[in-house]
Design a protein around this ligand. Structure first.
Ligand SMILES: N[C@@H](CCC(=O)N[C@@H](CS)C(=O)NCC(=O)O)C(=O)O
Length: 242
């Protein structure tokens, strides 16, 4: 089975949460935006779904995933689907809901990280909302990063397993996403994140364990993982604080 991932070019963005799950699963997939246009690739392929008249269940925004005839949007929803199919989630319904809950909380954190550079509007330039961005980032660094990371540290602790993971004894897609968020926060706000992680050894261990997974390590080494940059969700602007 071959998946098609629809996501914007040049950034990890929310697409990366899906990529990490696909990579860990060893699934076959194409990142359609990097395929030549004459082969149906490029941004046109994305736009065809967003704006096409004949799409029965149109997604609102990337990322979305094509699996056979199904088109699935919303990062957490895509992961719910992949988790069940590839053993990246518990088998029981309660366990699946719990992992989904964690993923939705990660999505909240990701949205707040995005809003540190776009607090007024996603359709406006960063340069036109710098003042508000400074206030937003200050609060995010002082209050939100510690609150979110404190929460996830507790989740690992309460799980009580001898493994590094948040749920049970096996890795789930929420662990992959958590590691990705830690990597992103370290890029955007290195000092704040270093400080917040000092007292959160379980999260540091989770991050390291995810990036040491053979398939994830191979993916990172392959050069296919786009580097963090200031077009993505996690951006490093010195004026927004360290
Ligand atoms: N809640 C959605 C958010 C999707 C989203 O914001 N996608 C961005 C790219 S990362 C986008 O293209 N947004 C267009 C828009 O919001 O108009 C998810 O988690 O997938």
């Amino acid at each position: 089975l071959r998946y098609i991932l629809y996501y914007w070019p040049g950034i990890q963005g929310r697409g990366e949460f899906v990529r990490l799950a696909l990579e860990e699963a060893g699934a076959e997939y194409v990142d359609i935006v990097y395929e030549p246009e004459e082969k149906g690739g490029g941004e046109q392929a994305i736009m065809a779904f967003l704006e096409g008249e004949d799409v029965a269940r149109p997604p609102f925004a990337p990322p979305f995933l094509k699996a056979g005839r199904q088109v699935i949007g919303q990062t957490a929803n895509i992961l719910l689907f992949l988790g069940a199919r590839h053993g990246l989630a518990p088998r029981d319904a309660a366990g699946r809901l719990w992992v989904n809950q964690l993923q939705l909380t990660i999505a909240d954190l990701v949205a707040e990280a995005h809003d540190t550079h776009h607090p007024v509007g996603s359709s406006l330039y960063y340069e036109d909302q710098k003042k508000e961005a400074k206030r937003k980032a200050k609060d995010f660094r002082a209050n939100r990063i510690p609150k979110f990371l404190g929460y996830f540290e507790r989740v690992i602790e309460r799980n009580g397993a001898r493994t590094p993971w948040m749920v049970g004894t096996k890795l789930t897609y929420a662990d992959l996403s958590m590691a990705q968020v830690i990597a992103g926060l370290r890029y955007a706000f290195p000092a704040t994140t270093r400080n917040a992680l000092r007292s959160r050894p379980r999260l540091r261990r989770l991050h390291d364990a995810v990036f040491a997974r053979p398939r994830i390590a191979r993916y990172v080494k392959s050069g296919r993982r786009i580097a963090f940059n200031n077009d993505g969700i996690f951006r490093h602007y010195p004026e927004l604080g360290d």
